[in-house]
Unconditional design. Structure first.
Length: 301
């Protein structure tokens, strides 16, 4: 537990660390692990992952397991494999032969509702996940639109928000706000910008001092997302940046090397402190997926 009365926020795995993830550890008088998943794209630019991506995957998996050991609370925003570790994959990624079993054992789990506001693929994953929690002594609560007071820490979840824009086929996510000792941190997973005005208003209504959120997937522009949605995400983020002192924007946005132009434009228009997750730890961003083609071409040269 934290004894110095300051909230400690530690990014564990993000695209700026070379993997797909938004995993974050928050220490108040509670130890909270948010979205304990990490993954890499099986195919990008027509290529499988380069070896450095596998190294980043195992490194971030070990880091998540390390912080899980000291956590008493785990939150899960939705059931995509970069945001939670399913039992069937955990055994292959883990340094422990028991895999995800030890990740979740004896934890208080505050998780996305498994049957309400959820698409079919995530509903199936959620059902398997819950079944595998049997006999692990977990205290499970479905968190959508709920507030939990644990110790002196308030953990508040949004209602189900679109995974990206309205009508997204990718389902819904829940954002989490942690309020402790006069400081408020918000983790808005996979709102992708945010693209939707509903997500924007949820963020502005919370008014956190620090916000972690996923940027828009500009790497999908032109075939899975249109330019109007990217522009809407940009304008929404500029508006948010005008009201929130520190913003970490990462995840989907950093799957394309043009992400830094996007971030600079947001900073220019808002005069805000906008970072990527690795910079919180004083490290340069390490965009491995976005550079996959470059690694393969260097091998051919």
């Amino acid at each position: 537990m934290n004894n110095d009365n300051s909230m400690n926020i530690v990014p564990l795995a993000f695209e700026s660390f070379g993997v797909r993830s938004m995993s974050t550890f928050v220490q108040t008088d509670q130890n909270i692990l948010i979205d304990p998943g990490t993954s890499i794209a099986p195919k990008r630019f027509g290529y499988p992952p380069w070896k450095n991506e596998f190294e980043a995957l195992y490194k971030t998996r070990a880091r998540i397991e390390e912080f899980a050991k000291k956590s008493n609370i785990i939150t899960i925003s939705h059931y995509h494999h970069d945001h939670y570790t399913p039992f069937e994959l955990g055994k292959f990624l883990s340094s422990s032969p028991k895999g995800a079993t030890e990740l979740y054992r004896n934890k208080r789990l505050l998780i996305k509702h498994p049957t309400s506001n959820i698409n079919n693929s995530q509903k199936k994953r959620a059902a398997v996940f819950l079944k595998n929690l049997d006999d692990l002594n977990c205290n499970v609560s479905f968190a959508d639109d709920k507030l939990f007071k644990i110790g002196d820490t308030c953990i508040k979840f949004s209602n189900a928000l679109h995974h990206g824009g309205e009508g997204s086929r990718l389902g819904y996510v829940i954002a989490v706000t942690i309020d402790w000792n006069g400081k408020k941190f918000m983790h808005a997973s996979d709102v992708q910008g945010p693209i939707s005005n509903e997500a924007k208003h949820v963020i502005l209504d919370e008014k956190p001092e620090i916000l972690f959120l996923s940027g828009p997937p500009i790497y999908l522009q032109g075939f899975a997302i249109n330019i109007k949605e990217i522009e809407k995400a940009k304008l929404n983020l500029i508006e948010i940046a005008g009201s929130i002192p520190k913003i970490v924007v990462d995840h989907h946005l950093l799957r394309d090397l043009r992400c830094f132009d996007f971030i600079e434009l947001v900073k220019e228009k808002s005069n805000a402190n906008v970072l990527v997750a690795s910079e919180i730890l004083g490290k340069e961003p390490n965009l491995l997926e976005a550079r996959r083609k470059e690694f393969y071409r260097s091998k051919l040269d």
